[in-house]
Unconditional design. Structure first.
Ligand code: KMH
Ligand code: ZN
Length: 276
C-alpha cells in the first residue's frame, strides 16, 4: 500500500476563530500552524485565507503573502482553496496567480448546507486550463457521484492531467453522505494511478477518514472538517487533530508520505513547492 499523504486543512469557508479559538486567524498564525502540522506528519497544507483581522478573504496579496509565509517556515506543500462560499468565481479563480503548488478545483455547482456553491462549467474549465498553464496541481473535490463523471470529462478534454489528485467529500448537506459502500464504488471508478482521500465533515469525519486510510487512500483532517475531537469535546488545535490522524495511521503500520514522495507521486512542480 502506498504511504498515505496527510493533509491538514487549517481553516475553512464556514467556521472561524469565533467558533473555535484554536483556529488560526491571520497569515502568521496560518504559517505557524502549517509548520506544527508539517512537523507532525502532514505533507500538504490546505488553506482558506484569513487577513490579519481574522476575516475570510480572497485578496490576492494575502494569498501571495500566505504562500510565501508557509514556504518560509516549512517545506510543506501549500494547497490554496479556490472554493469558498463568500466570493465571486473571478475572485476565487485569481488565487491560483499566487502560484501555490496545489489548489482545489470544485467541478460542479451544488447546494452546500444553507448556501449555494457556484461552479459554473465555463468558468470552472477556464480555471482548470489556467492551472495547467501555471503548473498548479489541482485537487478535484467530488461531493457527489456525478462529479466524478465531470472529472473524467475534464480529463477527456485535456483540462486535467493524470495522475489525478481527488477528494471524496462526504457529509455536506447537498452532497453525498458518509457511506463506505458509496466510497468503495467511487474508488473503483477512478483511473489507475489516481491518488485519493476522503474529506469527511462533522460526524462522518473520524469513521470515514479511518475507513479511507484502511482502503489505501490518503487522509485529511483539520479544523475545516471538524471542530471537535468527539461529540462535545472541542479540538484544541489543528496540531492535535493531525497528531490523532497520524496515530491512527501508525496503528495500521502506515507511515505518512514525505514531501519529496508527494512531489514525485503527484508530479508537482518542484519550484512551486520550494518557491525557488
Ligand atoms: N470545504 C470542504 C467540504 C475546497 O476548499 O475547495 C471541501 C474543500 C474544498 O475543502
Ligand atoms: Zn477547503
Amino acid at each position: 500500500m502506498p504511504r498515505p499523504i496527510i493533509t491538514a486543512a487549517l481553516t475553512g469557508p464556514v467556521a472561524t476563530k469565533a467558533d473555535n479559538a484554536g483556529m488560526p486567524g491571520s497569515v502568521a498564525e496560518i504559517a505557524a500552524d502549517a509548520k506544527a502540522c508539517y512537523d507532525a506528519g502532514a505533507a500538504v497544507i490546505h488553506i482558506h485565507l484569513r487577513d490579519d483581522q481574522g476575516n475570510m478573504t480572497a485578496d490576492l496579496d494575502v494569498a501571495k503573502r500566505t504562500v510565501e509565509a508557509v514556504r518560509e517556515v516549512c517545506p510543506g506543500i501549500t494547497q490554496l482553496s479556490t472554493g469558498g462560499l463568500a466570493f465571486t468565481y473571478e475572485q476565487r479563480m485569481a488565487l491560483v496567480e499566487a502560484r501555490p503548488a496545489m489548489a482545489t478545483l470544485n467541478p460542479c455547482t451544488m447546494t452546500f448546507g444553507p448556501a449555494e456553491f457556484q461552479n459554473p462549467p465555463e468558468k470552472m474549465m477556464k480555471l482548470a486550463a489556467r492551472m495547467i498553464e501555471l503548473g498548479v496541481k489541482p485537487e478535484v473535490e467530488i461531493y457527489d457521484t456525478g462529479h466524478l463523471d465531470m472529472m473524467l470529462y475534464l480529463v477527456h478534454k485535456g483540462l486535467l492531467v493524470e495522475p489525478l489528485q481527488v477528494s471524496f467529500v462526504m457529509g455536506v448537506r447537498g452532497g453525498m453522505r458518509g457511506d463506505p459502500q458509496l466510497l468503495s464504488w467511487l474508488v473503483r471508478e477512478l483511473p489507475e494511478g489516481t491518488s485519493w482521500q476522503v474529506i469527511a465533515v462533522a460526524k462522518a469525519n473520524l469513521p470515514m477518514t479511518t475507513i479511507g486510510l484502511a482502503m489505501g487512500g490518503n487522509a485529511r483532517t483539520g479544523m475545516e472538517d471538524t471542530l471537535t475531537l468527539e461529540k462535545g469535546v472541542p479540538a484544541e488545535s489543528n496540531l492535535q487533530l493531525v497528531e490523532r490522524l497520524v496515530g491512527i495511521a501508525h496503528s495500521m503500520q502506515l507511515e505518512p508520505a514525505t514531501v519529496p514522495e508527494v512531489i514525485d507521486r503527484l508530479k508537482l512542480h518542484p519550484e512551486l513547492v520550494s518557491g525557488a
